[in-house]
Design a protein around this ligand. Structure first.
Ligand code: DAH
Length: 357
């Protein structure tokens, strides 16, 4: 780009003018901000075209110096004007390009959003809690990590008692365990509140068990009502009402003598089979009945251990499995469906829709 120091002054001025107009043209066509910057350095930078020329001014006679200097200043002004014009244009182009890339295509089909819904187990728990709350039961919580005392011993299941073997227990290295049922909450409530009380405990329980009707973790609801005139008739009325409300039909309900270490007498509660209406089918194994929960009157041994007078107080207790009750109500054939998060399943029970997108 350096002008050769030859030719007449007119020729030199002409060459300079054409170099400048070529440079201005390059500026106007600079494809990017980086190219523009490179062009600016080549023209106006410390070692650029104009700086070299300005440096040469010193060697000129004063009269000429003023003329040439003025001309070079005009060139500088032209160059700076073109550069800032081009810079603005490039920035604007970039902005447009980015906006176009992010543009919304309003003609694309929507992704579809379905309304969410409550998981069938949560729905069953909500129903059960509501039904018992309406009958005066107050929800309480207990720990999922329990000690043997609360999970077994205080419930009249001493060490070596065969009932301990009925629960396939997960033990922790320190001797504590994952509660195998919600019944320990009965003990905690009696310890903390004492009678009279009417509590309901909902929560996770754990057993080493897994097949189509068993999971190593499942949910139970435990109820305990201790007062001075609680009777077995009251227990029957309460559970019959709640079961019929839960299944939303006038199911037959029967109380069958059974055994639990923490109740006396004890009863297992059956409802008429919801699949065959009592005629006998595969699910009820031909009996027409489905077992749905365990219950009884609180064993005096529990009171005595806690210093509560068994002559003064009487109590009813019950425990039910949420998954089992829900499987029967929603006709679910495999307990694992509840935990697979398969939307085809989650959308179907109760005809509810589940979140999907
Ligand atoms: N805890 C028992 C179980 O897990 C269920 C049960 C039976 C709870 C009778 C009770 C009851 O409160 O009275 O198998």
């Amino acid at each position: 780009m350096d002008a050769p120091a030859s030719g007449t002054p007119e020729e030199e001025i002409e060459r300079e003018r054409s170099q400048i107009s070529a440079a201005l043209e390059r500026i106007r066509r600079a494809p990017s901000l980086e190219d523009l910057e490179a062009e600016k350095v080549a023209l106006l930078g410390r070692r650029g075209f104009l700086s070299e020329k300005l440096r040469a001014l010193g060697a000129l006679p004063p009269a000429e110096r003023a003329r040439v200097g003025a001309r070079l200043n005009d060139h500088r002004a032209d160059i700076e004007r073109e550069i800032s014009g081009r810079r603005l244009a490039l920035k604007e182009e970039g902005r447009e390009r980015r906006l176009r890339a992010a543009a919304l295509d309003a003609t694309l089909p929507g992704r579809g959003r379905r309304p969410g819904a409550v998981h069938p187990l949560s729905r069953a728990i909500d129903d059960i809690v509501r039904l018992f709350q309406a009958r005066g039961f107050v929800p309480v919580d207990g720990p999922e990590i329990e000690d043997e005392e609360h999970n077994f011993t205080a419930l009249n299941i001493p060490p070596e008692h065969p009932a301990r073997a009925m629960h396939d227990t997960f033990y922790l290295p320190d001797g504590r365990l994952l509660r195998t049922h919600t019944s320990p909450v009965q003990i905690r409530a009696l310890e903390e509140q004492g009678p009279p009380l009417r509590i309901l405990a909902v929560g996770r329980v754990y057993r080493r068990d897994a097949d189509v009707t068993h999971m190593p973790m499942f949910h139970q609801v435990e109820g305990l009502w201790v007062d001075d005139r609680v009777t077995f008739a009251g227990l029957k009325g309460l559970l019959t009402d709640v079961l019929r409300a839960f299944f939303a039909r006038e199911l037959p309900v029967r109380f069958r003598p059974s055994y639990f270490p923490f109740t006396e007498p004890s009863a297992e509660v059956d409802v008429g089979c919801v699949f065959c209406e009592g005629a006998g089918c595969r699910v009820c194994k031909g009996s027409g009945w489905l077992e749905v929960l365990g219950s009884g009157l609180v064993h005096p041994a529990l009171y005595r251990r806690l210093g509560i007078d068994p002559e003064r107080w009487s109590g009813l207790a019950f425990g039910l499995g949420v998954e089992r009750l829900t499987m029967l109500r929603e006709r679910v054939s495999d307990i694992r469906y509840f935990y697979d998060n398969d939307l085809r399943f989650l959308r179907s029970p109760g005809g509810e829709s589940y979140v999907c997108d």
